[in-house]
Each structure stands twice: as structure tokens, then as C-alpha cells.
Write a protein that binds this ligand. Structure first.
Ligand SMILES: [Zn+2]
Length: 744
């Protein structure tokens, strides 16, 4: 088990021991040769390390401005965020009825902190929270507040929840933001909680919402969540669009007030849907109105690769914009208690390795009782990111594979079970490619077009049931032009609003005559018909793989034998917990395909008609993951340009940066198997040794040298056939393998 010392020199030396046999003199100046020029970049476009300092009312007396600024230096931070205004003001506001925080006692924190920070070269963002306001304001401005179905205000901690369609959001919060930017020279605004249904309240039934919804859609505001009813799905969509209107309002006003101030509203992807969805948070609609696209990544009752999927998604939608993501070292429900260092390190590494700057959230540090163990290791990690920032600047993914994430499918197909019906399929495919060390991007279903797709060899649709016609057209065109499209289960069978298409959207690619859905396939099997088929690579000496869930029963226009067919459930009797197929008498092979491959134009379509990805996520049967990865490898074929031989918990990303190829290796923590239904704490980072990384060069590339970022030591390169191969002696938590090409 690796033990991490907070002293960076000690950590560095340990790696050096293993790499010295390849090492030669390597001057610091080599690393200082910036591969990209950044003179014209705004501060937020450069690599950043940001700290989020959250204050509670009453924390103010503990704040010493100089000590705070000095502490930021311990993290090699470039910027930090401090509580500003909204619910209460942590500065001497001039806006009427903007209540001063009780602990302020005449002080003005923004006036004290911002000039000192600027003098130290640090940027400062002021935090706003528009989600609720003092109850007294409801007397003068009742229309500012959210209402329940009976018209009552919604009380939270002696405040009322505000409505994001009301003038409180669109005028007053704008005024507060501008005051902090103009009077205090804040470098930007960080928004917390700008959303519908804040603080777990329900649908807003205020007059503004009712009138606006009627005006926008012609419909009455639905009284309760009912995914079977179209008005509810329309309302769900409307919430996303209305929050986007507010984001645009804020962004425009802030830039008018100060051209180089940034506005950052953060949301999340695919986890915490109970917050994101009723809140109306979809970052896709904010892209044009955000200076830095930002996700929050604080909760930990998630898959360990949540930072990775969010970072990949941000990178694909950002269109050249910078990307940031929060990271906490605590568990949200015990926010004063530190998560294990071994879990936090790969959490941050996944962000950096996918081109995203980290914000460390040290919320709670001003509390009397606090777990301080997170500080030293996080300072070390942030200082390392500072040393490595040249390998971050302008580095972009060169993955050959993309997985599609579809918020339309999450909502309108997932309905009241978004995880079980949709998200788990994405998680399963993500895990399969991560374990197979095949780097990939994550694309939004809303930005699928020819230009987006043409850089990929393979595009994966993990049960991407709901797709717009234009997305389908782009995917069909991608396949026709030579790409490989991999789909599972009901991909393409619904429109974006969840209406079933009369004919599957991908039926032409897969040459489908008709389909029907088979359900309740527990204790069924897949029957391997062609053991030599590439889909079964690494799965030898078995006739079967396990199956469950549902499948699409496909009738093809031209019947073709499938390499994997269904053996229906083999249940001895109703309610049996274990069945003995040989004796139960209904072990009946069929010709129903669980996997088909079809040529289409210059490309091919591969379809798992069952829920292969979801089953892999639920059961973890290795064969299911291998088949999912093999389908992608079939699409890559000889064009595959990266292979890594390592344990399956080593995560790999592939980036290009000027004349460099950067292969990030991240050691994911190994969890404990707890039967809590909640999470597996990642308490163990097991150092990995002798990891093989091999790349193929593009036609215009000549390899100059290969080295490791942690020690800047050179690696010996072996060449065989088209591959250039190195061995990484040891991976602790995060390493970058730098393939440096000759400048042409
Ligand atoms: Zn409202």
C-alpha cells in the first residue's frame, strides 16, 4: 500500500529511485519552455488553482485578511472565492434592505481582503446566493418569492425561498453583483444555488411562473410531477430554459459593468439529479453566457470517476473556453470531516488529466471543531499542479472514442427512475472503457453534428434512447462516412421529448425490419455462437455469459446469424432463487441476437440489443465489460493509437499539446465492499509498477524523447512495428508520460 508523505521532496525522491536507471541530466529550463504562448490569455483562461472559502454568518471575527491571503499561497493558488452577498452581505452594502451579516461588527471583508489579494497577485471572486432572502422583504416585495400550490411562501431557516423568474433574481441580485465588482474591484462572481426549488422545496406556483409558463407554452403549470404527461415534460424543459435566461442576464450585466470580470454559475452532471433536475440546471444552455464552464464535484456517494465524466463533458462542450471544477475534501453530510487523502488525490487528478482546473472547497475551516488532516496533502497536490501547469495549458483531448451523454434521455426516458433506466448504462460503458484503458471523450446529445463527430473513430450510445432528429442525422452521417457507431438497448427509439418513434432512429444502420421489447430476463444467458469473433477477445473457454433485464427483440430485413444469442430465463419454478438449467427442462437456445454488427456506407454499426452496459455496472461481471470494450476496439482496429497495460483501476487520458502527447495515468483508489447501499470509501491507493504505455505516431510526428512529469526523468523507448513503447516503473497517484516530438 502506498503511503503519501506531505513533503513533496520526499514524494518526488521516491519516484526517482525507480527511474534513475534511465535518468540523465535534465535541467529545469526544459520544463520552463512553454509549449504554448499565453501572453494574450486572460487570467481565467490560464491554468488556475482556485480555493473556495465559504463563510457562515458569525465567522467574520475569525477572518484575518492577511493570514487568509498568505494561506492561499500554501496552495499555490491563483485565485480564491470569498462569500459576498445575496442572503446576507459580508461587506458594507449600499443596497437598501440587503441585510448585513451579524458577525460583521462594522467590518467590510471585501474592502479588507480584495486589495491585499491583488497586491499578492491573487484574483478574487465574490460569492452570491440568490436562493432565499429575509422574510421581512416579503412585505414590500411579495412577488420576489416562491409559492407553494396554496400560494404560501416557502420558509427555510427563517428566510423565504425566492423565485428565479422574479425580479429578485433579475434585478436585485444583478445590483448586488455589480456593487461588488465596481465598488470593490472583485474579479468576478461565483453563483451558488441559482435555481428552482432551492433547498429541496417543490415546484414554484407564484404568479410570475404561472403566467410565464402559460405565455411560453400555452399550457397550465402542472400541479405534480407526472412523467407520463407531456405537460410535465414540457415544464421540466422550461425550467432549464428559464435558468439559462437568468444566467444570460447576469453574464451580460456583469460584463457591461466590468469587461474583464467573470460570471460563474456551477452545476453538475449525472449525479445528484434530485437537485439538478428540479433546479433547472443544464450547462449546455449556458455555454454562450459563461466565461469559464464550471461543474461542482463535491458529493462522494458516486462512482469514483465522477470528476472524470464531468471533466470530459465540460471539455467537449466548452468550445475553447476554460473549464473549472470544484473539489471538496469532505463528505457533504459530514462536511467538517475529511475524506481520505487516498480518495482525494485521484479525485483532483481526474480533473487536471482532462484539462479542467480544480477549485478546492475548504468549506467549514472556520469552524471550532474541524478535521484538519486534509490540508497538508491537498497543499502538496496543488503545489504539484502548479509545477505541472505547463502540461495543462492548452492541452486538449486526442481521444479517438466518444460516449454520448443525453440529458433528454436522462429525463424523458429515465423519467422517475433516471439512474436505473438511463444513467447506469452510461456508468457501465464508462467503467468498461476505463478498465480497458481506452481513452474517450463524453459528448452532449445537444451538440452532435458533423464537425463534432468527425474527429472520432468510434461513437458510443449507452441506451441513448432520446435523440433529436438532427443528432440522429449526424450519427448516421458519421457512420456512413466510415465511423463505428456502438449502441445499446433502446438507443434512438424516442424523440428528445420522450415520444416513441414509429421506426427506430437507427433502423437504417442496423437494417431492422421490426422490434419488440422483451422484459424480465433474470437468469437468462447469452449463448456464444462464434467463439473466435473479436467481440469475445479475452473471453475463452466458456459457452455462456450471464444476462438479465430487458432486450430489444430484433427482426432484421435480412436474417443474419448473430455471434451471441439469447437463452431465455431458466427458472426451475416460480419464485425459485436458484435454478439448475440442466434439470429445469426449459434451457432452450434461441436465434434472438444479443449483438449484431452491420456495415453501413463506409462504416459499421454494432448493437448490443440487451442492457449490457447497465448489467456490467450492476453486476460487474468482467466478461460484460470486456465485450463493451471489444466493440470499441473493433471500431478502432489498426488505427488505435494508444495501449496501456496496467491493472483495471488505472485510469488513462490522452492529450495533445503542441509538439507533445501527454498520457495521464491515474491510480483510482480501491474501495471496501460495504453492504450499505451508499458508497465504497476509496481508502487504498496501491502503487502500480511496470505499467506499459505504447503509442503510434501520426504521419507528421517524430519522437524526440519520453519522460515522466513527476521526476522529469527520461524513459527508454522500445520500438516494435508501429508502436513506441515505454515502461513506467511506478505509479503512485498521478503521473504524466510526456512524449515529446521533434518540432517541425
Ligand atoms: Zn415562481
Amino acid at each position: 500500500m502506498a503511503h503519501f508523505n506531505a513533503d513533496p521532496l520526499v514524494a518526488q525522491n521516491r519516484v526517482t529511485i525507480f527511474t534513475c536507471r534511465f535518468q540523465r541530466a535534465y535541467t529545469q529550463s526544459n520544463t520552463m519552455n512553454k509549449s504554448t504562448e499565453s501572453h494574450n490569455q486572460a487570467w481565467w483562461e490560464k491554468p488556475n488553482r482556485v480555493l473556495l472559502v465559504n463563510l457562515r454568518e458569525g465567522d467574520e471575527p475569525k477572518i484575518n485578511a492577511q493570514a487568509l491571503v498568505d494561506d492561499m499561497k500554501n496552495y499555490d493558488a491563483s485565485a480564491f472565492c470569498i462569500s459576498g452577498g445575496g442572503i446576507v452581505a459580508f461587506y458594507q452594502t449600499q443596497i437598501p434592505d440587503h441585510r448585513l451579516s451579524n458577525g460583521l461588527m462594522g467590518r467590510d471583508l471585501l474592502a479588507e481582503i480584495i486589495p491585499l489579494a491583488h497586491a499578492s497577485g491573487l484574483k478574487v471572486l465574490a460569492r452570491i446566493d440568490p436562493s432565499c432572502a429575509p422574510m421581512a422583504l416579503a412585505e414590500k416585495n411579495p412577488e420576489w418569492f416562491s409559492r407553494d400550490e396554496k400560494g404560501q411562501f416557502r420558509e427555510v431557516s427563517e428566510h423565504y425561498v425566492t423565485c428565479p423568474n422574479a425580479q429578485y433574481y433579475h434585478r436585485r441580485i444583478v445590483d448586488i453583483a455589480i456593487e461588488m465588482i465596481q465598488r470593490y474591484n472583485a474579479d468576478g462572481i461565483w453563483n451558488n444555488q441559482g435555481k428552482f426549488a432551492a433547498w429541496d422545496t417543490d415546484t414554484c406556483f407564484c404568479k410570475t411562473c404561472k403566467d410565464l409558463f402559460k405565455f411560453d407554452t400555452g399550457l397550465d403549470l402542472p400541479l405534480k410531477e407526472d412523467w407520463q404527461s407531456k405537460p410535465w415534460r414540457v415544464y421540466n424543459q422550461w425550467r432549464y430554459e428559464k435558468i439559462a435566461v437568468w444566467v444570460k442576464t447576469m453574464h451580460t450585466a456583469i460584463h457591461q459593468a466590468k469587461a474583464d470580470a467573470v460570471f460563474i454559475a456551477a452545476t453538475q452532471l449525472c449525479e445528484s439529479l434530485e437537485t439538478i433536475q428540479p433546479g433547472g440546471w443544464d450547462i449546455d444552455y449556458w455555454v454562450e453566457h459563461q466565461d469559464v464552464l464550471t461543474f461542482e464535484c463535491q458529493r462522494r456517494n458516486t462512482a469514483p470517476w465522477w470528476p472524470g465524466i464531468q471533466a470530459k463533458y465540460l471539455s467537449s462542450i466548452a468550445k475553447g473556453k476554460p473549464k473549472w471544477m470544484t473539489v471538496s475534501y469532505f463528505y457533504p453530510w459530514w462536511r467538517l470531516y475529511a475524506a481520505p487523502e487516498e480518495e482525494n488525490r485521484p479525485w483532483i487528478a481526474q480533473q487536471f488529466a482532462n484539462g479542467v482546473s480544480s477549485w478546492l472547497h475548504i468549506n467549514g475551516a472556520s469552524s471550532e471543531i474541524f478535521d484538519r488532516r486534509g490540508y497538508a496533502p491537498m497543499q502538496e497536490v496543488f503545489q504539484r499542479l502548479g509545477r505541472w501547469q505547463d502540461y495543462f495549458d492548452q492541452a486538449t483531448s486526442c481521444s479517438q472514442v466518444a460516449i454520448v451523454y443525453s440529458r433528454f434521455s436522462q429525463d424523458n426516458y429515465g423519467q422517475d427512475k433516471p439512474y436505473a433506466r438511463y444513467v447506469d448504462a452510461v456508468r457501465g460503458y464508462y467503467m468498461a472503457l476505463q478498465e480497458a484503458h481506452i481513452p474517450f471523450d463524453v459528448l452532449s446529445d445537444k451538440f452532435l453534428h458533423h464537425e463534432t463527430l468527425k474527429k472520432y473513430q468510434v461513437v458510443v450510445l449507452p441506451n441513448t434512447a432520446c435523440l433529436t432528429q438532427s443528432a440522429l442525422d449526424a450519427l448516421i452521417d458519421f457512420t456512413n462516412q466510415g465511423g463505428t457507431l456502438v449502441a445499446t438497448f433502446e438507443s434512438g427509439m424516442y424523440d428528445e421529448m420522450g415520444e416513441k418513434r414509429s421506426r427506430g432512429g437507427l433502423a437504417d444502420i442496423f437494417k431492422v425490419k421490426k422490434t419488440k421489447i422483451l422484459t424480465q430476463l433474470k437468469s437468462s444467458y447469452g449463448h456464444i455462437q462464434e467463439p473466435k469473433h473479436p467481440i469475445f477477445l479475452g473471453i475463452e473457454n466458456t459457452d455462456l455469459i450471464p444476462n438479465d433485464g430487458s432486450m430489444v427483440d430484433i427482426e432484421l430485413t435480412t436474417p443474419t446469424p448473430s455471434p451471441l444469442t439469447l437463452i431465455p430465463p431458466v427458472t426451475a419454478h416460480s419464485g425459485a432463487t436458484i435454478s439448475i438449467p440442466e434439470y429445469s427442462g426449459n434451457f432452450t437456445p434461441t436465434t434472438k441476437p444479443l449483438f449484431i454488427s452491420q456495415q453501413y456506407g463506409l462504416g459499421q454499426g454494432l448493437w448490443f440489443s440487451n442492457q449490457m452496459d447497465m448489467l456490467f455496472y450492476h453486476y460487474g461481471f468482467p466478461d460484460l465489460g470486456k465485450m463493451l470494450a471489444n466493440a470499441v476496439a473493433m471500431g478502432l482496429g489498426e488505427r488505435r493509437d494508444l495501449e496501456v497495460i496496467a491493472s483495471n483501476f488505472v485510469d488513462v487520458t490522452s492529450m495533445i499539446q503542441g509538439q507533445r502527447r501527454l498520457v495521464h495515468l491515474i491510480n483510482l483508489p480501491v474501495g471496501k465492499s460495504l453492504n450499505t447501499g451508499w458508497r465504497h470509501p476509496g481508502g487504498n491507493l496501491i502503487a502500480q509498477t511496470n505499467i506499459v504505455v505504447r503509442i503510434k505516431l501520426a504521419a507528421n510526428q517524430t519522437l524526440k524523447e519520453v519522460r515522466l512529469a513527476s521526476s522529469e526523468s527520461l524513459l527508454q523507448v522500445r520500438h516494435h512495428q508501429a508502436w513506441h513503447e515505454v515502461v513506467i516503473p511506478q505509479l503512485d497517484d498521478h503521473e504524466i508520460v510526456i512524449f515529446e516530438f521533434v518540432k517541425t
